[in-house]
Design a protein around this ligand. Structure first.
Ligand code: COA
Ligand code: MG
Length: 293
């Protein structure tokens, strides 16, 4: 998933717009974009929407962002949406692998009641929304076979830290959020799941979005969340491997294939060893997932 576009569950025509946005995934939000009074109606809208679009083909992956465990709303969210079979649950304010294991158990019970195969619904966790969660970023490995990605957020974390801002005057993230970003990236790699970058809230600033997305790709993220359809084409473009990058990856793989048993090869006067081979293979897998190569 290169781009994951948020849409409020009560968004009306925005839900259709999100489906047509070109995003690889649509995140139907029950949490921060829905008021307390609107939660019950939003759950019903989310379930109706999921049922309506389930059989569309092709279609983006469908996620639902739940309300976090501390709200007491999570169980009712799951009761409403699991029968409509979202592809993935986005778990906010996840406090480490234990929270993912808890979400897994809640899903297992509801899948059984709904007659769905166990494990049908996957999990992406929002791993950095509280100060405590930062210290648990390394605990996701082995928490659940449902876990397929980690992402991070700066808004709730700044509230928890009591900060005045999370970005500097140029729009770059300040130190505590750079740390959160890095912990998400390392936590995802340690758990062998996708690292997904956070949103850029300033949706008119496409130049900042591009820079941030390129930085994310450089560092190892392979997707980014969006809040506005205008952000989707930029994110998809940045995370789609270029023809040059694909050709280069093929050259590296071919060089190792031509030298079986060798740990390092030389190409055009540069040394390539096993980590380069792994990176080339990952790039080709992403190219295939993007529909190229
Ligand atoms: N998904 C689908 N469509 C969206 C959208 C989204 N996230 N955000 C905007 N659009 C649509 C608008 O409905 C509008 O459609 P129209 O041209 O048919 O009227 C079009 O895109 C242009 O929107 P624009 O006028 O630029 O923005 P807006 O003022 O309508 O909406 C937000 C701004 C921030 C309210 C909106 O982008 C939004 O709801 N984003 C998601 C919020 C969210 O889910 N937050 C939780 C995660 S942090
Ligand atoms: Mg939040």
């Amino acid at each position: 998933m290169r781009s994951l576009l948020f849409v409020p569950a009560d968004g009306g025509k925005k839900l259709d717009k999100a489906m047509a946005s070109g995003a690889d995934a649509v995140i139907v939000d029950l949490e921060d974009s829905i008021s307390a009074e609107g939660k019950a109606a939003a759950r019903l809208s989310a379930a109706d929407f999921l049922k309506d679009v389930a059989s569309a083909s092709p279609r983006p992956r469908l996620l639902v962002r739940l309300n976090g465990f501390a709200t007491g709303l999570t169980d009712a969210d799951l009761d409403a949406v699991v029968p409509a079979r979202p592809d993935i649950i986005l778990l906010p304010k996840a406090d480490g692998g234990a929270a993912v294991a808890e979400a897994d158990a809640k899903l297992t019970a509801r899948e059984a009641i709904a007659g769905l195969p166990e494990g049908a619904i996957k999990i992406v966790a929002l791993a950095t929304e509280t100060a405590a969660a930062l210290f648990l970023a390394g605990t996701y490995a082995g928490s659940s076979r449902r876990l397929i990605g980690l992402t991070w957020g700066a808004e709730d974390l700044s509230a928890d830290l009591g900060a005045e801002a999370n970005r500097d005057a140029e729009g770059g993230f300040l130190d505590p959020y750079r740390l959160a970003r890095t912990l998400c990236l390392a936590g995802a790699a340690a758990a062998q799941v996708q690292a997904i970058d956070t949103i850029a809230a300033d949706f008119r600033n496409i130049a900042l979005l591009r820079r941030e997305t390129e930085d994310a790709r450089r560092d190892g993220f392979t997707g980014k969340m969006a809040i506005h359809p205008a952000q989707v084409p930029v994110i998809n473009e940045v995370f789609t491997p270029t023809a040059d990058a694909v050709a280069k990856a093929r050259t590296v793989i071919a060089a190792f294939a031509a030298n079986p048993g060798k740990g390092a090869v030389g190409i055009d006067g540069v040394m390539y060893d096993r980590p380069h081979l792994a990176r080339a293979q990952q790039l080709l897998a992403r190219a295939a997932a993007s529909g190229i190569g």
